[in-house]
Design a protein around this ligand. Structure first.
Ligand code: NAD
Length: 489
C-alpha cells in the first residue's frame, strides 16, 4: 500500500529516522517540533541516512519526497494519510497531542513510536481512537527493518493490516504483537539484558567494553541472523530444541541472573558506567559512531540478502520494489524515441582509485537499463518467475567521459532489433547536463530458465518488442553502432 502524504510529530532521534525513511520512499512529509533547533538536528539525521541509503542497495533510488517544518500540530497533520507520533515518552504529552490531531484530522492513521506504553492507554481519551496503533521502530529507523505493531482495545483491526502494508512498502518487517503488553516484545527483552549489564558493571565483573565484546564477538553475531530460539535449537545438537531445554532448562532455577532486581543508579554507578564508556568509545564522535554502525548494519544486511535469510529477505523485497518502480514506468514509457531506462545518482562506493566511476559499474548501469527495457516489453519479474528471460550474449562498451560520485546520470535505450529469440539494444549513458559518458551495445538471447537454452519469447513479449523495434527503426542510427574494439572513427 502506498501513501503520498504523512505528518511527523516530534523530530528527534526517532522522528528524524522516520522522516528519512518516508522521504526516501517519495512520501511528502510535514514535521512539527517546537524545538528551535529541530531543523538542524533533522538535517544531521538526514545526512547520515542519505549516506546509508547510497550504500544500501544497487537498485535505483526513487525521487525523494519533499519535507517541511510546520508551525503547529494542526498544520502538520492537515491532509496527511499517516501521522507518526514520536514525541517524548510521556503519556500526558502524547494524549495532548492526540487531542490536537483529533480536532484537525479525524481520519488519518496514527502510529505511535512509543517504546512501551500500551496503545489502550494512549487512545483512552481520543474522540477517534480506532485509527491509533503502536508502530514501535528501532534506531536507526531509516535502516533497521523491524517495526512492532500493537493494537489497543479500541483499534480497528483493519488498521493493523493497513499499517502492515504501508510498512512493508517502506521496506520494513512489521511484527504483529499478538497481545497488548507494556514494552511489547523487543523492549522487554532488551530491558532484561540491560538490567543484567548494569549488575555486571556494579559488581565489577566486567567493564562496558568487556560486556560489549562478550556480545559482539559471540552471541550478538548469532542473534543478528537467527535470533534466540533458532540459535538454541542448534545448541541442542541433532536432538534440537527438546534436548536443549532438557540440558539447560534446570539451571534456570538456580538462577544465574538478577533479572527482577535493579541496581540503584547512584552517582557512583553512573560515573563508573560513563567513564568506562568514554574510555571505550570516547575517541569517536556520536556522528562518527552512527556512520560506523550504519555501515556495519548495511554490510550485515547485504550478506543476509545473499543468503536469502532474515533481514536480508526484507532488503531483497525492498530492492525488488525499487527496481520495479525504477526510472522507467512500463505503462507510461514513451516508446516513440529512445526510452529513458535509468535515472539515478552515482553511488559513492562506485568510484575507484582514480576517483571516478569504475569501469565495472558501467556494465552495471547498462545491465539495469536492459532490465528496465525488459520490463517495458513485459519481460518483468512475473515473466522471469514463470521461467522465461533474456540472457546477454555479447556487449561492447565505449567509455567516453568520466563521472564522479553522487553526480546525476541517466540512460536512454534504443532497440536496434527485436525479432525471434534476439534482442539488440543500444544504451546511451549521459550525465544529467547532457554529456555522453558511455555507450553500450548488447545482443540478448531469449531463454527458457528451466532448460537454460534459447527459445522464442511469449507472444505478448514478442509483439511488444517487435512494435518498439519497428518504431525505433525510424530513428537515426546512433553514432558508434557496430563498432569493434580499436576501430578508428
Ligand atoms: N530513542 C530510541 O531508541 C527509541 C526507539 C524506539 C522508540 N522510541 C520512542 O520514540 C519516541 C520519541 O523518542 P526520541 O528518542 O526520538 O526522543 P527525542 O527526545 O530525541 O525526540 C522527541 C522530540 O519531540 C519533540 N517534542 C516535544 N514536545 C512536542 C510536541 N508537543 N509536539 C511535537 N514534538 C514535540 C522534542 O522537541 C524532541 O525533538 C518516544 O516515545 C520513545 O519512547 C525511542
Amino acid at each position: 500500500m502506498t501513501i503520498t502524504k504523512a505528518a511527523i510529530l516530534g523530530g528527534g532521534v526517532i522522528g528524524g529516522g522516520w522522516l528519512a525513511r518516508l522521504i526516501e520512499n517519495g512520501v511528502e512529509v510535514s514535521v512539527y517540533d517546537p524545538d528551535p533547533e529541530a531543523a538542524r538536528k533533522l538535517g544531521a539525521v538526514l545526512a547520515n541516512a542519505d549516506h546509508a541509503y547510497s550504500r544500501l542497495t544497487l537498485a535505483p533510488r526513487g525521487n525523494k519526497g519533499a519535507w517541511r517544518l510546520a508551525g503547529s500540530v494542526a498544520e502538520a497533520v492537515t491532509g496527511a494519510e499517516l501521522i507518526v507520533e514520536a514525541v517524548p515518552e510521556r503519556l500526558d504529552l502524547k494524549r495532548k497531542v492526540y487531542a490536537e490531531i483529533d480536532a484537525a484530522n479525524p481520519i488519518a492513521l496514527i502510529a505511535s513510536s512509543t517504546s512501551g506504553i500500551m496503545p489502550s492507554d494512549l487512545q483512552a481519551e481520543m474522540t477517534h481512537p480506532g485509527r491509533l496503533l503502536v508502530a514501535h521502530p528501532f534506531n536507526p529507523v531509516y535502516l533497521l527493518p523491524c517495526v512492532e505493531l500493537v493494537a489497543g482495545k479500541k483499534t480497528d483491526p483493519a488498521n493493523i493490516d493497513r499499517a502492515a502494508a504501508i510498512y512493508e512498502w517502506l521496506g520494513m518487517k512489521p511484527i504483529r504483537v499478538r497481545k497488548e503488553i507494556e514494552a511489547f516484545i523487543a523492549d522487554r527483552f532488551l530491558e532484561a539484558v540491560w538490567r543484567e549489564g548494569l549488575w555486571l558493571i556494579k559488581d565489577g565483573i566486567g567493564t562496558t567494553q568487556d560486556i560489549d565484546d562478550a556480545i559482539r564477538y559471540g552471541f550478538g553475531l548469532r542473534w543478528a541472523q537467527m535470533g534466540l530460539f533458532e540459535t538454541y535449537r542448534l545448541a541442542g545438537g541433532e536432538a534440537g530444541m527438546r534436548h536443549f531445554i532438557a540440558q539447560f532448562g534446570p539451571c534456570l532455577a538456580w538462577p544465574w541472573t538478577k533479572l527482577m532486581n535493579v541496581p540503584e543508579l547512584t552517582d557512583e554507578l553512573v560515573d563508573m558506567i560513563s567513564d568506562q564508556s568514554d574510555a571505550q568509545s570516547g575517541m569517536h564522535s556520536i556522528r562518527e559512531l552512527e556512520r560506523i554502525r550504519d555501515e556495519n548494519l548495511i554490510g550485515i544486511m547485504q550478506v543476509l540478502k545473499v543468503n536469502d535469510w532474515g533481514a536480508g529477505q526484507t532488503l531483497a523485497a525492498y530492492e525488488r520494489k525499487l527496481f520495479e518502480q525504477g526510472a522507467v514506468k512500463p505503462a507510461a514509457a514513451d516508446l516513440s524515441g529512445p526510452i529513458r531506462t535509468v535515472d539515478r545518482q552515482v553511488p559513492p562506493d562506485w568510484t575507484d582509485y582514480n576517483n571516478h566511476m569504475n569501469e565495472a559499474r558501467y556494465g552495471q548501469v547498462f545491465s539495469d537499463a536492459t532490465d528496465a527495457l525488459m520490463r517495458v516489453i513485459g519481460a518483468d519479474s512475473d515473466y522471469i518467475a514463470n521461467g522465461l528471460s533474456y540472457f546477454t550474449a555479447e556487449g561492447h562498451i565505449r567509455f567516453i567521459d568520466e563521472v564522479a560520485a553522487l553526480e546525476p546520470v541517466y540512460v536512454e535505450t534504443q532497440v536496434l532489433g527485436g525479432a525471434g529469440k534476439k534482442m539488440h539494444l543500444f544504451h546511451s549513458f549521459h550525465h544529467a547536463d547532457g554529456r555522453l559518458l558511455a555507450t553500450g551495445e548488447y545482443l540478448l538471447i531469449h531463454v527458457d530458465l528451466n532448460t537454460r537454452s534459447a527459445c522464442e519469447p511469449a507472444p505478448a513479449v514478442a509483439a511488444k518488442l517487435a512494435e518498439v523495434a519497428a518504431t525505433h527503426a525510424t530513428l537515426v542510427v546512433p553514432e558508434g553502432v557496430g563498432r569493434a574494439v580499436g576501430q578508428k572513427r
